[in-house]
Design a protein around this ligand. Structure first.
Ligand code: G4P
Length: 529
């Protein structure tokens, strides 16, 4: 029996990530969320895109102390009586497989949408990934301080394009210059918007009841318009349903402005009230591990090279699935079969660092890694199972990589295989040539690889374009059919960094033709570690 303190710690935790299209406001909402967690006295810049510098904040000191950029990876903060873990997903150009895999380590996601733009393509892609595990999604319609599209139209678009039902929790009153605030459908309250409050926790200006004459006094004719709209909303849109939310079928929608720090608290309330407590994770034995299981277990979903070039080590980010982490504890590294003592894991916990030498299901810890830990690795208290569901995704961009000095072929291959074990990129070796093909999900990964090959492996490499549209991992239950496939399509086959057979398709048309021709062969878009 797990003890009550342990269960309380688990029940307090919510672990989520933000998915959005670049510029929708992920960074800004992260700042405000931290402000609400009162982690930062004043919301600083989380990553300071323009100046390229981090804000001078508590985080800076932590970064210095730990010699690694933790700011953008994992943030824990208290909200009400709970503890929230926010896992950053790299945005912008550095979009990569890391982004995808981070989504396997959370229990819910916040989707941020720019209210003027609606659903954009990166959001569509990220939503596809959350579907693999039916992750519950909360939605924040952002930038209400600008003129946004008709809210009904925005909800329709989310429903049509993302195939998820919308249940508005708040409803906007005007937008842009006329943004008056939001009406909370569940609380029957209107919360009025004040400008210039972006950097502090606001004193809320709340009017109870939609028929309250005070509302007419304060917002004039907008009050009647609101009443009409709410009647429509109550008639035409879905009511919030917890079960459907937890099944990933329905998303509660909040309206607000991240920049104005307005509406973010409604979203956080929703997160804390409804988002799942640390969930079980599937294993290769067919049995899932529940978070309340007392024995420790966790899996690695991301490996990050140290930002500080003086430290060559890397940090492996582990999501704790069950049990409790304590400083100095022993764990079994299942893939290598070895017991390791973890004395100096990085913790990302809110509060005083002196007290944070333990971590619970839903938390993330960082393990120092000198090359022995790979993405997807499982750690346990001694059992031999492995967590499943931490996939590789078929890359979408491909380049041939060549050496400036041909004598360094061995180092190049070693470097590429290690970088692919980290999950930075994938490497493919065609069966019939000595080429090396690098595949990535985001274009920035190519530069990162060349840079790291130079600094860590002393190899000068350059890229050449190559005609590849996509890659698929291939399998078949029928050994004879697979053999025939292998002989006939040899010129398009390659082995990846883990020696798995991969079909490299020059065009999408070629892929569909080949799939038609070999119905007994499976072409997989993802591969489990
Ligand atoms: P991202 O991480 O998703 O890429 O978005 P980020 O938060 O950096 O926001 C992108 C831009 O949108 C930022 O402007 C930010 O200030 C702005 N923004 C975010 N939330 C709101 C909002 O609620 N209202 C308004 N009006 N703007 C918002 P920026 O990069 O400084 O560029 P600029 O627009 O100031 O030129």
């Amino acid at each position: 029996m797990a003890n009550q303190d342990f269960l309380n710690e688990i029940n307090k935790r919510r672990t989520f990530a933000i998915i959005s299209h670049p510029d929708a406001g992920k960074t800004t909402i992260t700042e405000k969320v931290l402000l609400h967690g009162q982690k930062l006295q004043k919301a600083g810049t989380v990553k300071g895109k323009k100046s390229g510098q981090h804000a001078k904040s508590d985080w800076m000191e932590m970064e210095k102390e730990r010699g690694i950029s933790v700011t953008t990876s994992v943030m824990q903060f208290p909200y009400r009586n709970d503890l929230v873990n926010l896992l950053d997903t790299p945005g912008h150009e550095d979009f990569s497989e890391d982004t995808y895999r981070t989504l396997t380590a959370v229990d819910s996601c916040l989707m941020v949408i720019d209210g003027a733009k609606g659903v954009e393509d990166r959001t569509i892609k990220l939503m596809e990934v959350t579907r693999l595990r039916d992750t519950p999604i909360l939605t924040f319609m952002n930038k209400l301080d600008r003129d946004i599209r008709d809210p009904f139209e925005l909800l329709d678009e989310v429903e049509d394009v993302l195939k998820i039902m919308c249940a508005p929790i708040t409803w906007p009153i005007g937008s842009g210059k006329n943004f008056k605030g939001v009406y909370h459908l569940q609380r029957d309250e209107t919360i009025l918007y004040k400008t210039g409050q972006g950097h502090r926790i606001q004193e809320l200006d709340v009017i109870a009841g939609i028929d309250n004459p005070e509302l007419d006094k304060r917002i004039g004719s907008w009050a009647d318009e609101l009443r009409e709209q709410i009647e429509l909303v109550r008639g035409a849109s879905n009511e919030f349903d917890l079960e459907m939310f937890l099944a990933g079928e329905l998303t509660p929608v909040f309206f607000g402005t991240a920049l104005g720090n307005f509406g973010v608290d409604h979203m956080l309330d929703g997160l804390v009230d409804w988002a799942p407590r640390p969930l079980a994770r599937a294993t290769d034995t067919g049995e899932a591990v529940e978070s309340a299981t007392p024995e420790f277990s966790g899996f690695v979903f991301k490996i990050q090279a140290n930002m500080d070039p003086k430290h060559r080590d890397r940090v492996a980010f582990m999501r704790i699935v069950s049990g409790k982490y304590e400083k100095g504890m022993k764990m079994k590294h299942v893939r290598t079969g070895k017991d390791v003592r973890i004395a100096d894991a990085l913790t990302f916990l809110a509060g005083d660092r002196a007290h944070v030498e333990e971590a619970y299901p839903g938390d993330i810890i960082g393990l120092h890694n000198h090359g022995t830990i790979q993405i997807g690795d499982t750690f346990t208290a001694g059992s031999d199972f492995k967590f499943s569901g931490i996939p590789n995704f078929a890359p979408e961009l491909f380049r041939r990589i060549r050496l400036k000095d041909p004598l360094k072929q061995k180092q190049l291959l070693k470097g590429l295989v290690q970088l692919s074990e980290e999950g930075a990129v994938q490497v493919f070796r065609p069966l019939i040539s000595n080429d090396l093909i690098v595949g990535a999900v985001g274009v920035l990964q190519f530069d990162v690889v060349v840079h790291r090959l130079k600094s860590e492996y002393n190899v000068d490499a350059i890229y050449e374009n190559i005609q590849v549209a996509t890659a698929r991992w291939v399998y078949s239950d029928d050994a004879k059919k697979l053999d025939e496939f292998r002989r006939k399509t040899e010129h398009n086959l390659a082995l990846d960094g883990g020696d798995n057979l991969t079909y490299i398709a020059p065009t999408m048309a070629n892929l569909s033709l080949t799939q038609e021709r070999y119905p007994d062969v499976q072409f997989e878009h993802t591969r489990e570690h």
